[in-house]
Design a protein around this ligand. Structure first.
Ligand SMILES: [Zn+2]
Length: 305
């Protein structure tokens, strides 16, 4: 019964927002790269993800706006830290953990300065950046929306030096800066909504307008899978995070020759198994080349602040 009410509430909410914007603005642009990005929040629409069902009715999880999403992520990250502390794997006040924090801070404050110099508003000025170092063999690092970052000690030997850490850090900060998770949630949300037939036509219309995949009204999910929107998008996001990350590193005065070297080390370090950090990062060879291609553009576009 409770679910039913939530669902109705949501439908009313979504309809109001839709009526409020007769002309759907659809795509916005990622700052600094100007890639077109679909973000429901920029369209004044909530992100709704359905999880399981009660009595055949899917349970919607509504993230009303970016602020409330980030508040939720804050809690999730807090729980992650508490659990890590309980398990004695949260490295606090060690030389390495301080280094992670310092490098993270250097990069995000350089980004701040960059926008101050440009006399523009930093698109992520409200973010409450946090950094954690976890004792684990996992060769990985990640960033949650709103700037919640974690490094695993396993990736440190691959990073090798401060510039290597800055390369991974820049990449993670870039994911948050470009709001890649919101973009992914937007895609999932719209596909689920359209597939479930909730606000079908409007969401499908927006999806269609944004991705130009032809007539998607009938079976959005199949069309999306068929046209491979998800996969290329993920690759584009990764590549965008590489590019922006390299720019952010340079703002903070780190050596932008390091990312290409870092990817070479990652490849050499495979030991027959893909490092976790590379799991979602296709064509490492290709990416190493990209860093070299971008060098002069980065120096020009992202001068040290
Ligand atoms: Zn990534």
């Amino acid at each position: 019964m409770k679910t039913e009410i939530n669902r109705r509430k949501f439908i009313v909410g979504a309809s109001c927002s839709l009526c409020g914007s007769l002309i759907l603005p659809s795509c916005t642009q990622v700052p600094l790269t100007n890639r077109s990005q679909l973000n429901l929040y920029d369209n004044n629409l909530p992100i709704v993800i359905f999880q399981g069902s009660v009595g055949g009715i899917p349970i919607p999880k509504v993230y009303a706006n970016e602020k409330s999403l980030n508040q939720e992520i804050d809690k999730v990250y807090g729980k992650f830290l508490t659990k890590a502390k309980e398990d004695n794997v949260l490295l606090d006040n060690t030389v390495e953990s301080k280094k992670i924090e310092t490098i993270g801070k250097e990069i995000y404050s350089s980004l701040d300065k960059y926008y101050i110099n440009k006399k523009e508003k930093n698109p992520v000025e409200g973010f409450n950046w946090q950094f954690a170092l976890i004792e684990s063999e996992t060769k990985n690092a990640w960033c949650m929306p709103g700037g919640k970052i974690a490094f695993y000690t396993g990736i440190l030997p691959v990073c090798k030096n401060d510039d290597g850490i800055a390369a991974v850090m820049g990449h993670e900060i870039a994911h948050a800066f470009a709001r890649h998770t919101v973009e992914k949630l937007t895609q999932s949300s719209m596909i689920q909504m359209a597939t479930l037939g909730i606000s079908n036509s409007r969401y499908a219309e927006l999806l269609n307008k944004s991705f130009k995949v032809g007539n998607v009204g009938g079976n959005v999910y199949n069309s999306v899978v068929k046209y491979g929107i998800f996969l290329p998008f993920s690759r584009r996001m990764e590549s965008e995070a590489d590019y922006l990350g390299m720019g952010f590193m340079n703002l903070a005065g780190f050596d932008i020759k390091e990312p290409a070297k870092l990817w070479q080390r990652m490849m050499a370090d495979q030991e027959g198994r893909m490092p976790e950090f590379m799991g979602s990062h296709p064509s490492p060879d290709n990416r190493s080349k990209k860093f070299l291609e971008w060098e002069s553009e980065i120096l020009d576009k992202f001068p040290q602040v």
